[in-house]
Write a protein that binds this ligand. Structure first.
Ligand code: ATP
Length: 301
């Protein structure tokens, strides 16, 4: 389940490959052609310098008519707040967050950022405000420099180096004979999972959006790498409104707020300490944890 539908993957493709004129973009557009196009409204505004004050008001959405996946969601997220979304697989966490960059249009209700309905913004402008990091990082055949600059084609050399440094990619780059000009991908250097994650993080440091969506990995990095990546992600999240589809206990514990999503919608929200003894679904999820480090959130583990 879930494996066939990863709307966030597609959003990330849209967002991270947004600059036009890049070879990979068209390929991804083709891939996305199954989705109906969302057009800008006449007179749509170009958001600038948003703070990232997010409001979902009575939001409803379903992929098929009469089968809502998200219904009546009310949620306010303050600028700079980190909110972890947890809940069983298929509850609609990914779907809910995919409405923010308008990968899908809400069926009812509204989502606003800094008081502006996101439908009143240009799609490109809205998506410039949002960075996405997820498990599978999209790399295209090109140099490390080009891959980092993907989110912002006008970036200067100094800005690219700074982004690499902040994502702690600099040591690896220094070890490569061609440095930032090293070609990655099928014909070049193969990056590890951790290095790819860092590259994705560097892209977002460069893009510097006020809003971050993290689709946390469910598997696969060794503990040390994972902790290092986690540290970089925390740094990336600082000062940004951050929405995390969370699988890790550390993330969940450190979030300013946990929102528990079940098939009936938002079941409860609060801090870990508040929810863990509240006798609700969070407590059940927590008690079902399969190892000291991981919550069993219904994923096929
Ligand atoms: P997970 O933790 O496994 O990622 P989730 O809570 O993020 O799950 P969603 O991926 O949002 O849940 O899925 C919610 C429901 O919507 C599921 O029933 C899923 O099968 C369905 N769904 C998700 N994406 C699509 C799609 N593109 N088309 C049709 N149905 C979809």
């Amino acid at each position: 389940v879930g494996v066939f539908y990863r709307p966030l993957d597609k959003i990330a493709a849209v967002i991270e490959t947004y600059p036009k004129g890049i070879a990979g973009f068209r390929r991804y557009q083709d891939l996305l052609a199954t989705q109906p196009d969302i057009a800008d409204r006449p007179g749509a505004i170009e958001p600038v310098a948003l703070e990232g004050d997010i409001r979902f008001s009575g939001v409803g959405f379903g992929y098929a008519k009469g089968r809502p996946v998200v219904a009546g969601v009310d949620l306010t997220i303050a600028p700079g707040e980190t909110v972890a979304f947890v809940g069983p697989s298929g509850a609609g966490k990914t779907t809910l967050l995919s409405l923010l960059p308008r990968f899908y249009e809400v069926d009812s209700g509204a989502i606003s950022i800094d008081g502006i309905d996101i439908r009143e913004m240009t799609l490109a402008g809205l998506r410039r405000q949002i960075g996405i990091v997820q498990q599978d990082v999209f790399l295209f055949a090109g140099t490390i420099r080009e891959n980092i600059a993907y989110g912002r084609l006008d970036a200067t050399e100094a800005e690219i180096s700074e982004a690499a440094r902040r994502a702690r990619l600099d040591a690896m780059i220094a070890d490569l004979p061609a440095g930032l000009d090293t070609v990655v991908g099928e014909r070049g250097v193969k990056l590890s999972g951790g290095q790819k994650q860092r590259l994705a993080i560097a892209r977002i440091f460069l893009k510097n959006p006020p809003i971050l969506i993290l689709d946390e990995a469910t598997s696969a990095l060794d503990t040390e790498t994972e902790q290092a990546i986690q540290a970089s992600l925390s740094e990336l999240a600082r000062g940004r409104t951050t929405l995390v589809i969370a699988h890790r206990l550390a993330t969940i514990r450190h979030a300013h707020r946990i929102v528990v999503v079940t098939e009936d919608g938002i079941a409860e929200q609060g801090r870990h300490e508040d929810l863990v003894h509240a006798g609700g679904p969070y407590q059940a999820l927590h008690e079902a944890q399969v190892s000291p480090l991981r919550l069993s959130l219904g994923a096929a583990e």
